[in-house]
Design a binder for this molecule. Structure first.
Ligand SMILES: NC(=O)C1=CN([C@@H]2O[C@H](COP(=O)(O)OP(=O)(O)OC[C@H]3O[C@@H](n4cnc5c(N)ncnc54)[C@H](O)[C@@H]3O)[C@@H](O)[C@H]2O)C=CC1
Ligand SMILES: O=C(O)CCC(=O)C(=O)O
Length: 353
C-alpha cells in the first residue's frame, strides 16, 4: 500500500503509529477529519492477520466516523484506533500504554469501546487520559442505544420498502450477538419478529435462543436464509462477492461498521438484486450520539431524541438514492460531505473576519 497516496485519496489528516517495547504494544490511531470537531471513535482490539489489514481497518473505520457524525448532525470529527493483539494477550499495562498515546494527542482524538474492548478496559485507559467516553457511571456504555438506533433504522427501511411500520411476523437474521446484537434481538422479539441468529461463540447463541426463542444457525448459514431482513452486527466486509449471491433478504440493516467490502461495487450489486441497504454509519450512529452527549454533560432525553432522528435521516437517504438512481451509500456520503463543506466554509469565514 502506498501510504501517503492512500491517505490523500481517503482524506485523512493524521495517522499515528504507536509502538512500545515494554509493554509490547502495536496500535494505529487514524484521524480522518476534524472540520466538525475533535475526532471521535472507539478503539478496537483485534488479532489482524497483518499490519496492512490493521491499517486498512483503521483508515476505513475512521472515515466512517467522519460521515457518521456528519449524518447524525453531531459536531465531532472522525477517528478510530486499532490495537493489534489477541484478546487473550490484552493486559492492563498494554491498555495504559495505549492511553498514554491517546493523551499525547491532547484531545484531538477521543475514544471509547469497540470490539474486544470492555467498559472496564476503558476505565483502565482512563488512568492515563481523560479523553475517553462510554464510561459506565456516566452514560452507561453505548451499545443499548446503538441497538435502539439500529432497531429504528430497521423500521425505517421496512417503511420505505413495504410502506408499513409493523414488524410483527417478519423474519430477521441477526449475525453477531455481542453488546449490540443482543439488545437488538430484544427489541425485535418484543415487536413480534421471528429471529434467526448466529455467533461464533456458542454461549451467546444459547442465551439468545433461551431468551427470545431464536433459531440458531451456523455462522456460514446466516447469509442464505429465507428471511425478510438481514442484520449484520459482528464484523465488517461481510457484504461481498461471495455472500451477495446467497442473500435472500430484501433489506440489510445492521450495526457492524464497514459492512460493504467494496462500497461502490457491492453497493451497486445490492441495487441490482433489489436489496435495500441501510448505510452502516447512519444506522449505527446511536453510539456516537450517546458518547457525544456524555462528553458535553449527559442528558438521556436529549440523547434519545437525537437517536430517534435516525429513522427520518434514513428515510431521507433512501429517498435521495431512489430518486437519483444512486446507491444509498453514495446518498449518505453526499449528505455528510455537504455538512462538512458547510462547516469548513463557516470556519474559513470566521478566520477571515
Ligand atoms: N457498541 C457500539 O455501540 C457500536 C458498535 N458498532 C459496531 O457493531 C458491531 C458489533 O459491536 P458490539 O456488539 O459492540 O461488539 P461485540 O464484540 O460485543 O460483539 C460482536 C459479536 O460478533 C460475534 N462474531 C464475530 N465474528 C462473527 C462471525 N463471523 N459470525 C457471527 N458472529 C461473529 C462475536 O462473537 C461477538 O459476540 C461492530 O462492528 C462494531 O464496530 C458500531 C457502532 C456502535
Ligand atoms: O464509542 C465511541 O467512541 C464512538 C462510537 C464509535 O466508535 C462507533 O460508532 O463505531
Amino acid at each position: 500500500m502506498q501510504l501517503f497516496e492512500t491517505v490523500r485519496e481517503m482524506g485523512h489528516e493524521q495517522i499515528l503509529y504507536c509502538h512500545g517495547k515494554n509493554p509490547d504494544i502495536r496500535a494505529i490511531i487514524a484521524i480522518h477529519d476534524t472540520s466538525l470537531g475533535p475526532a471521535m471513535g472507539a478503539t478496537r482490539l483485534y488479532p489482524y492477520i497483518n499490519e496492512e489489514a490493521a491499517l486498512k481497518d483503521a483508515l476505513r473505520l475512521s472515515r466512517g466516523m467522519t460521515y457518521k457524525a456528519a449524518c447524525a448532525n453531531i459536531p465531532a470529527g472522525g477517528g478510530k484506533a486499532v490495537i493489534i493483539a489477541n484478546p487473550t494477550d490484552k493486559t492492563d499495562e498494554m491498555l495504559r500504554a495505549y492511553g498514554r498515546f491517546v493523551e499525547s494527542l491532547k484531545g484531538r482524538f477521543i475514544t471509547g469501546q469497540d470490539v474486544n474492548i470492555t467498559p472496564q478496559d476503558v476505565r483502565t485507559i482512563q488512568q492515563e487520559t481523560n479523553h475517553v467516553v462510554g464510561v459506565e457511571e456516566k452514560s452507561g456504555g453505548p451499545a443499548p442505544i446503538t441497538a435502539l438506533g439500529v432497531f429504528l433504522g430497521i423500521k425505517s427501511a421496512v417503511e420505505f420498502r413495504w410502506q408499513t411500520q409493523r414488524l410483527e411476523g417478519m423474519r430477521v437474521a441477526v449475525q453477531g450477538l455481542g453488546n449490540v446484537g443482543k439488545h437488538l434481538c430484544q427489541h425485535l422479539y418484543e415487536n413480534g419478529v421471528q429471529l434467526f441468529v448466529s455467533d461464533i461463540n456458542p454461549e451467546k447463541t444459547v442465551e439468545i435462543k433461551n431468551l427470545f426463542g431464536a433459531t440458531v444457525v451456523e455462522p456460514e448459514e446466516i447469509y442464505g436464509l429465507d428471511v425478510d431482513i438481514f442484520s449484520p452486527c459482528a464484523m465488517g466486509g461481510i457484504i461481498n462477492s461471495q455472500t451477495i449471491p446467497q442473500i435472500q433478504a430484501k433489506i440489510i440493516a445492521g450495526a457492524a461498521n464497514n459492512q460493504l467490502e467494496n462500497e461502490r461495487l457491492h453497493g451497486q450489486r445490492l441495487i441490482e438484486k433489489g436489496i435495500l441497504y441501510s448505510p452502516d454509519y447512519v444506522i449505527n450512529a446511536g453510539g456516537i450520539i450517546n458518547v457525544y452527549n456524555e462528553m458535553i454533560g449527559y442528558d438521556e432525553d436529549k440523547a434519545f431524541k437525537q437517536v430517534n432522528n435516525i429513522y427520518d435521516t434514513l428515510l431521507k437517504i433512501f429517498g435521495i438514492a431512489y430518486q437519483q438512481g444512486i446507491t444509498t451509500n453514495d446518498a449518505s456520503k453526499r449528505l455528510a460531505e455537504e455538512r462538512i463543506l458547510q462547516a469548513r466554509a463557516i470556519k474559513n469565514q470566521q478566520l477571515a473576519a
